[in-house]
Design a protein around this ligand. Structure first.
Ligand SMILES: NC(=O)c1ccc[n+]([C@@H]2O[C@H](COP(=O)([O-])OP(=O)(O)OC[C@H]3O[C@@H](n4cnc5c(N)ncnc54)[C@H](OP(=O)(O)O)[C@@H]3O)[C@@H](O)[C@H]2O)c1
Length: 306
């Protein structure tokens, strides 16, 4: 009971829960820790991680490989992908690692890579690639870059891999920043990268639920605040402010790795997770969307990726 109250306090007060403190309190069992996956829990499984060449993606690849998965690092730059593969191979001797080039914001590239990745027979797909551009940027198909990277590319890849995944699991790495945004298709005017980022992170959570409602084993996750190259370059002031309280990349990736190995009977489907526990999708009533607004998101992403 006390553990559950402490866990909820950590979650709702944001800063303590999202920082390293929340991770340490929960993993020490002060607020109801979930058991670690069994060693070899992912032996014989194939996992795909987009943006696997650095930051949380690299930590996720390492964690999945440690559990015995064969992992495909999906990276837009094969040089960075190969360097990351070497790093993981050194940390996890004998790991079965592959690099596939794909720019997930480029729908043509996703279609091409989708064929290669389907042939790998995936059991787990982690939509980790993320961006927070300083100014409005467009993908090769002319979509705003956060939308293309977080929503359109992942949606298309999920559709292309749905049959190959079978009963496999899809994880959408969202952000706690999405709590501040209601579902909307509108871009911020004037453009603001942080708002555009958070709106598309809200879309990821809704889209994960929409896929789950259509029978896919799909979950969204938020990692808290982790010290990664992306955070340092896109939010340098925030990184300095939180400083040593930032999580390590491994701590930020922990829930995605744990969830990849969790049994369906324990994890359910269509949930939003942080620190190995399902979390509310809204902290305040004004961010709630209607069923019609959810359906409109599905229709829009289907149309934009067809
Ligand atoms: N760090 C945090 O505190 C935090 C908090 C909340 C949510 N998140 C989410 O966690 C995920 C990982 O973030 P991070 O902090 O690890 O960021 P990061 O250090 O910037 O890493 C992002 C990764 O995504 C890749 N990527 C970006 N655009 C891509 C594209 N179009 N195609 C393929 N790969 C692409 C990057 O590849 P390149 O090396 O080629 O750039 C990089 O490997 C993101 O979705 C982010 O929104 C992070």
């Amino acid at each position: 009971m006390l553990a559950s109250v402490l866990d909820t306090v950590l979650d709702r007060t944001v800063a303590p829960g999202y920082s390293r403190l929340g991770y340490l309190a929960r993993s020490a069992g002060w607020s109801g820790a979930q058991a670690d996956p069994e060693p070899g829990a992912l032996s014989g499984k194939v996992a795909l991680v987009t943006g696997g060449g650095g930051g949380l993606g690299l930590a996720t690849v390492t964690g999945l490989a440690r559990l015995g998965a064969s992992v495909h690092l999906v990276a837009r730059d094969t040089g960075r992908g190969a360097a990351a593969r070497a790093q993981v191979a050194a940390a996890v001797p004998g790991a079965d690692l592959h690099v596939t080039r794909c720019d997930v914001s480029d729908l043509d590239d996703v279609r091409r890579a989708g064929e290669v990745l389907a042939a790998a027979g995936p059991d787990v797909l982690v939509h980790n690639a993320g961006v927070l551009p300083p100014g409005r940027t467009e993908s090769p198909q002319g979509h705003e870059l956060c939308l293309a990277t977080h929503v359109l590319g992942p949606h298309l890849l999920t559709r292309l891999l749905a049959d190959a995944l079978g009963g496999g699991r899809v994880l959408w790495i969202s952000s706690g920043g999405m709590y501040a945004q209601k579902l909307t298709s509108a871009e911020p005017v004037p453009y603001n990268g942080t708002t555009a980022y958070a709106r598309t992170k809200r879309m990821q959570v809704v889209l994960s639920g929409l896929w789950a409602a259509r029978g896919l084993d799909s979950h969204a996750v938020h990692p808290g605040w982790a010290d990664t190259p992306g955070l340092a370059s896109s939010l340098p002031g925030f990184g300095k402010l939180v400083g040593r309280l930032l999580r390590t990349a491994e701590q930020g990736a922990d829930t995605a790795v744990w969830l990849a190995a969790a049994r369906r009977s324990d994890a359910g489907t269509g949930r939003f997770w942080h620190d190995r526990a399902p979390r509310p999708e809204h902290y305040v009533p004004w961010t709630r969307e209607t069923p019609d607004e959810r359906d409109a998101l599905w229709s829009r992403v289907q149309a934009l990726t067809s």
